[in-house]
Design a protein around this ligand. Structure first.
Ligand SMILES: [Ca+2]
Length: 256
């Protein structure tokens, strides 16, 4: 009530013309404004999108072993001379081949991180030369010539290409072999031509991963092909090979 009276009195005095003598300046005290700090409102960014990161399972992930049993049937037929891509007989030249492709499947887009191929028994025999490929990359060959010509540019990985191999000079001595990645530790134990023995192949992990990367462009690729290719020149036993049971051990990323 006292404030109201004062307010009325002040209003009256102001309306009377504001004579300074009634309001000595020294009597006016500045009243500080009430301080009631308010936290600034954080503005939400508009169109905020939540982007879920795609989890990539690669060879640095936790791995699991997959074992594929491969049974290669005996081939008792000689080369089909002069049929299809095969040429007629000619001594000491690569003239004909017989392929035994074995397909196997892995989970969608599973990267092959390691590879080991072992025979169950020491019974494998072939005539004349052997090429073993995974997805067309040559893992082993009993005839190492021309491998450099077959390599994918910028890599040390040869691709099987019959057009480049056919009608090339043939060497039956079988002293040298090609084992993919041998210079960095891969090992290939394979019998010599026309001899019976075991097969035991271990390709260094990094090399296997490079092989896989070459053929990994296809979306949802599940099927992989191990191919046994025997070549011959002119004999009645060329392109023959024994039956063989192989275990293909691979490590692939474990997907929970
Ligand atoms: Ca031969």
């Amino acid at each position: 009530m006292r404030n109201l009276i004062l307010l009325v009195l002040l209003s009256t005095l102001i309306s009377c013309g504001g004579d300074d003598q009634f309001f000595p300046a020294q009597d006016l005290e500045a009243t500080p404004l009430p301080t009631n700090p308010v936290a600034p409102i954080k503005e939400r960014p508009e169109n905020l999108e939540v982007v879920e990161e795609e989890v990539i399972y690669d060879c640095s992930s936790e791995l699991e072993e997959v074992v594929v049993d491969v049974s290669i049937p005996e081939s008792t037929n000689v080369c089909e001379w002069g049929i299809g891509e095969n040429l007629s007989k000619k001594n000491s030249f690569t003239r004909a081949k017989k392929e035994t492709p074995i397909g196997f499947t892995l989970p969608d887009n599973a990267t092959i991180c390691s590879l080991e191929i072992t025979s169950e028994r020491d019974v494998f025999k072939y005539d004349d030369h052997l090429y073993l490929t995974l997805n067309n990359s040559i893992i082993f060959s009993s005839f190492p010539d021309h491998m450099t010509d077959l390599m994918v540019p910028g890599t040390d990985i040869p691709q099987f290409d019959w057009e480049l191999l056919v009608n090339q000079k043939f060497d039956n001595s079988d002293k040298n072999r090609f084992c993919l990645g041998s210079e960095v530790g891969s090992t290939c134990i394979v019998p010599q031509t026309q001899r019976t023995g075991e097969m035991r192949i271990h390709i260094v992990d990094e090399v296997v991963q490079n092989v896989f990367a070459l053929g990994a462009n296809d979306e949802q690729k599940q099927t992989h092909v191990l191919n046994l290719i025997i070549s011959g020149d002119n004999d009645g036993s060329d392109c023959k090979h024994s039956a063989m049971d192989l275990k293909v051990r691979m490590k692939i990323p474990k997907i929970p």
